[in-house]
Design a protein around this ligand. Structure first.
Ligand code: 2IO
Length: 412
């Protein structure tokens, strides 16, 4: 086990290369690790992370005013509380469930079929860069009702926004670049919002523009912030979750076989992927009153990062936490995409991910389509596996080989 001493840093190269190596020692010896360079705390035990995320009065989302609002161009759901939060969250939940979700599943299928087609006869693809990334962006644009013709331009702007949100440290030059991206994205979105207000359709932007709950509706600024929030939140983790699911199944051939034989097991495989390797590794909160967590006193005003990857591997919460096991009884698979989830990949408490049901539908649908097409799927020879990212984390690439398919997909 690596030693956690005064030289340890979450900003070090060693930690970036493989944070999982450090989690046991962090939970044991530095459960509330202070990082002097950014004057923030990193909380790693399951129960402590749960406390930070559920005690909303003590641990607020106030830091999003500086960590998110500048690039979201307005306040996002996670910053709201009380009646405003309840009403606007209901509007968003409704836009991601029921009939709306059914339309979204059509978009998921159509994009998956179109993007996988060119690779089937080759018997080889990089699941992250050839498929997952364009898939995540295309689906999100369809769901929002934005023009896919503009996808590369939108992807650049969205990349700047994502970099701002998911950076632990940011140079002034990068910060300027991120803010430029956000301003251009806003300028692109405002005329679209105005057009949807005049002429609404079934897309998410129209639903957000027209919805009302308890007499509360969304302003143009609310809708802009929500669109940018959805763009980042639906795109950033999508390719990572899909690639991590395939990596774990390829690395555990007996579990791959079980999922192939019984596709109902996909739900558990995705939930276990989210527990074992959550694509969102950090969730920040701001301390509102001096508080003691695991023996360390944290002063009011400080920023605390919940370490989701470490919490999900806590032996006090999961048996044999470092084992990938889709059959584990302590995962509570049926509840894994709800507020009662055992793993913390969607956070927990008031601000738990509103997109969890959509995320489940997206990954389940695409994985159920890809598995039968990618027969004998395996790592491409000579490929070296590497993950990147401290805030959101996933494979940099996932080169795979499989038995080439002759004929089309025919399931768009
Ligand atoms: C702006 C970080 C990809 C969210 C934030 C309030 C975003 C919020 C998250 C996730 C994932 C993104 N935070 N989704 O951690 O909407």
């Amino acid at each position: 086990m690596p030693v956690i001493d005064s030289r340890f840093s979450v900003l070090s190269e060693d930690f970036a290369n493989d944070p999982y190596r450090f989690f046991a020692a962090l939970r044991e010896y530095a459960p509330v690790h202070h990082e002097p360079a950014i004057d923030s705390y990193f909380v790693s035990r399951y129960q402590d992370v749960k406390q930070v995320l559920t005690e909303h009065e003590l641990f607020s989302t106030e830091m999003l005013t500086v960590r998110a609002e500048p690039v979201m161009r307005g306040r996002v759901l996670a910053q709201m509380t009380g009646a405003e939060h309840t009403a606007k969250r209901k509007i968003v939940v409704r836009a991601f469930t029921g009939p709306a979700l059914r339309d979204q599943i059509h978009a998921i299928r159509a994009n998956a079929a179109e993007l996988i087609e060119p690779f089937l006869s080759r018997g080889r693809l990089d699941l992250v860069n050839d498929f997952g990334k364009p898939f995540g962006v295309h689906v999100t644009l369809d769901v929002l009702g934005l023009d896919k013709e503009d996808w590369q331009q939108i992807a650049v702007w969205h990349g700047g926004v994502a970099e701002f949100i998911t950076s632990v440290v940011l140079t002034p030059e990068r910060r300027r670049h991120c803010l430029d991206c956000a301003e251009q994205l806003e300028a692109y979105l405002v005329p679209v919002i105005e057009q949807r207000r005049r002429n609404p359709g079934h897309d998410l932007i129209s639903r957000l523009c027209t919805a009302e709950f308890d007499g509360i509706a969304m302003s143009n600024r609310d809708v802009t912030a929500l669109i940018i929030n959805v763009l980042v939140a639906a795109t950033e983790p999508a390719d990572k979750t899909l690639a991590l699911l395939f990596k774990h199944l390829v690395d555990h051939p007996e579990q791959m076989e079980q999922v192939r034989r019984d596709p109902d097991l996909l739900t558990a495989a995705i939930a276990e992927t989210l527990r074992y390797t959550p694509p969102v590794q950090l969730i920040p909160r701001q301390v509102e009153k001096d508080v003691t967590v695991a023996g360390t006193t944290i002063a009011a005003g400080a920023v605390v990062f919940c370490m989701i990857g470490a919490a999900n591997r806590d032996p006090d919460a999961f048996d044999a936490p470092d084992t990938f096991d889709i059959h584990r009884p302590d995962l509570g698979t049926a509840r894994s995409f709800t507020a009662a989830a055992q793993h913390l990949a969607f956070g927990t408490g008031l601000h738990q991910c509103v997109g969890a049901a959509f995320a489940r539908a997206e990954i389940e649908t695409v994985a159920a389509m890809l598995l039968p097409l990618l027969d004998q799927v395996r790592h491409a020879p000579g490929s070296r596996y590497r993950e990147t990212g401290l805030y959101t984390r996933g494979p940099a690439a996932l080169p795979l080989e499989f038995t080439p398919v002759t004929g089309g997909v025919g399931c768009a």
